[in-house]
Design a protein around this ligand. Structure first.
Ligand code: ZN
Ligand code: ZN
Length: 120
């Protein structure tokens, strides 16, 4: 089954379309959507970050994808998110390890045994 794009009039598969929150495909394909969106953003100088809700200059504070469309969150929020994700990943990696007791066995305690020898 293919859907005809309302803009380029080409019949495309469902995965060539973005879906809205209800899972309904847009009437224009991803390619046309990207072109439209890039055109829209090329005339804009500011964007409101979805994360911190600040209105920031696109050129300085947002990364852009290969179509020239700025990301929905600013560089600062993006970096914070990356760090948080990494911390979560790191925490999830360490915890199960300790939970199953797979710690590296510590070498023979040499110092205490010396003390024992001295005490004799
Ligand atoms: Zn199209
Ligand atoms: Zn932000």
């Amino acid at each position: 089954m293919s859907i005809v794009c309302a803009k380029c009039r080409v019949g495309k598969q469902l995965n060539d379309y973005k879906l809205d929150e209800q899972g309904v495909p847009f009437d224009i394909c991803i390619q046309c959507w990207n072109i439209n969106s890039a055109l829209f953003w090329s005339t804009k100088h500011f964007r409101i970050c979805k994360s911190c809700d600040e209105k920031l200059p696109i050129d300085k504070r947002f990364r852009k994808n290969q179509y020239g469309i700025p990301y929905a969150i600013c560089v600062t929020c993006y970096e914070t998110k990356v760090q948080e994700d990494y911390r979560k990943l790191r925490a999830s990696r360490i915890l199960p390890f300790e939970a199953i007791g797979k710690k590296v066995p510590s070498p023979e305690p040499k110092v205490p045994s010396k003390i024992i020898l001295l005490r004799r």
